[in-house]
Design a protein around this ligand. Sequence first.
Ligand SMILES: Nc1ncnc2c1ncn2[C@@H]1O[C@H](COP(=O)(O)OP(=O)(O)OP(=O)(O)O)[C@@H](O)[C@H]1O
Ligand SMILES: [Mg+2]
Length: 797
Amino acid sequence: MSLWRRKQAVLEGGDAGGNEKPGRRPRSTSLAVRPIPDDALILVPLRSAVLFPGVITPLAVGRGSSVAAVQEAARQGRKVGFLLQRDPKTDRVGADDLHWVGTAGEIVRYVPAAEGVHHLAVQGQSRFRATEFLDGWPFLVARVVWVPEATEGGEAIEARFLQLKAQSIEAIKLLPNVPDELAGAVQAIDSPGQLADMVANLLDIENEEKQAVLETFDLQQRLDRVLEHLAGRVSVLRLSKEIGDKTKKEFDERQREHVLREQMRQIQKELGESGDTAAELGDLEKSLEAAGMPDETLKHAKKEFKRLARMGEGSGEASMLRSWLELMAELPWKAEAQKPVDIAEARKVLDADHHGLEKVKRRILEYLAVRKLNPEGKSPILCFVGPPGVGKTSLGQSIARATERKFQRVALGGLHDEAEIRGHRRTYIGALPGNVLQALKRAESRSGVLMLDEIDKLGMGGFHGDPSSALLEVLDPEQNSKFRDNYLGVDFDLSRVMFIATANVLDTIPGPLRDRMEVIQLPGYTEEEKLQIARKYLVSKQLEANGLQAAQATVTDAAIREIIASYTREAGVRNLEREIGAVLRHAAMQIAEGEARTVGVDAGDLQAILGARKFENEVALRTSLPGVATGLAWTPVGGDILFIEASKVPGSGKLILTGQLGDVMKESAQAALTLAKTWCGDALEKIDIHVHVPAGATPKDGPSAGVAMFVALTSLLQGKPVRPDVAMTGEISLRGLVLPIGGVKEKTLAALRAGISTVMLPKRNEKDLDDVPAEAKAKLNFVFLEKAEDAVRAALQ
Ligand SMILES: Nc1ncnc2c1ncn2[C@@H]1O[C@H](COP(=O)(O)OP(=O)(O)OP(=O)(O)O)[C@@H](O)[C@H]1O
Ligand SMILES: [Mg+2]
């Protein structure tokens, strides 16, 4: 306590010209101080720095007492001890305000200032611990004991030392603004203690933590401490470099063309070929004039061109302007004369590319006919909706072929930024036009077919503006003759482009967009249709892709059927095409190796080529026990079957539901159970009923599994299994009425794919069977349900 008071007095004396202690010298004369004992050090408190041995560091001192301390030490040629303050905000520090372990160092450079801050360079030398603070000087003085540098060796130390070295070199390489020599310096350090100190000094950690390192005298512990901090730092650095690289890559790609052009110009200049620039400019001017843009636009472009011609070589703005003018010259401004569409010819092309799809083809031809009769009229935008692999994209290509137009595709899936559609303003570095204009430039035509693929996966608008509103403008016949891309900055006429959109589902297409389009559904194919598609199109396509002649390899119908039933489960034909490709690749191998001249593939060969069947008849397997019913579900990728599994466990009458069911589905399970209890009249107080809908990763919701739940529960309670060839769909009311549901067509096709022969539907859905292909109807029995009991009667064995 007394120590503290005395100290306080000294400091005040030092800073403000003493007053408390009679006989104390004022600061101005403090040079003639009494001698400092040999085992004591002049001290300088540091607000926010820790000095380590072996480190040279700049320091600034401003407080009167500190300045006096430094001056006195310099005068006497003594070392100075540096101690970290506990609180950087304390101005007048005493013993209790300081850490007592510090580093003594030599002042290697001192730049005094008349007033204010004095600058020092200090070389840290040795650790010490203060043992007693002394008074009588206008600065801090304390007796100290020296802490010798630990020099112990051994494997544990050596291992940590190497680790620390490796990590610090990695960190140095990852840091953006560190000179490479530092890595060399670190490499050269051969004392573990010194390396730990040096790294701790460089690390971006709190001063308190640095102080903790300084106070860790045990070498192994000190190394561990530093290693821990460094490891954390390195992983952050790695991550930030990764992020930096990624952003840089994106940026680089945009910039690449820009930079290359710039370099090319510089090289030409160096080679004295800059005469070409004049010629180049001349060419650019000519192509601008020849591009066929509207007069107003041309005027604007020429004005910009003149600006470019006046501009110095190589300025950033010049190259930006040049890229813009080049785009202006390349865009397809001209309206090329369209050959009137020959509808009969178009029909042939559509038939040649796609099997079946009668309704769809008819609708496409109508659309073409209307366009033919009234080319200037505003025709609707077609939107093909259906599961993957049903031919949406390839139909678009056929339409282009049928009408002799260029085809281009714009992928909209996952677009979040309005600028992707409408472009960035030209003043941005690396700005580009939006992808609608880019597609037109690629097509070299403004009356081609532009496919807006995956319009249902368009991202929500966010921070960067809503892409769907930009798309609205593109598709709106009232607006799109004056479409304005941010980059282009002038109107471009999109009214002659034939837009066709595709989507897997309708629901996620933003409402206003959906209203602009005419939706054409492609529901998926039956097994028979798939067989025809494979025979007529897919096999020959894959023969060609694998370099085979039709005579060299054949695939029997039985083999194709087997692929459809056991190796694929899909509404479209994409996997079917892939598996046929695999089969034919196998044939090509055999022929290439000279094992055979022709290869015929039959159903029996498939296991050897494609491996074990992927989709066995699951239904029979699953429904062999009481409590399992086969339901029918609608999913965005077509219909599918799903199993409802119910079982009894000892309990207290609870209903347990698992399998990621949505709220509506849970409620319909409750309703089904209530109904099943009334129906079976069972006492269920001593058991819990567990209902599970497998394939837990797909969330399921909707009321249409009600009938299947009721049947599963009844089957469980009565101990009778459900017939394996029956699948069902329908909502139930608490009073046992069966209510209608949606997606009848998709569900029916899914049942057929799964080998089901009887489909049970709500009576009120009977009319929806009109949409189901006749071939599917012919193969299925339908049971129409009015009451839930009807389902039980027909389904239980
Ligand atoms: N009716 C058909 N006749 C002939 N080939 C077809 C038919 N339907 C689809 N195909 C072929 O199936 C393949 C997949 O079709 P496509 O790529 O057009 O599917 P998609 O509907 O666009 O699917 P996604 O939604 O996954 O984009 C193509 O090779 C296509 O030619
Ligand atoms: Mg597609």
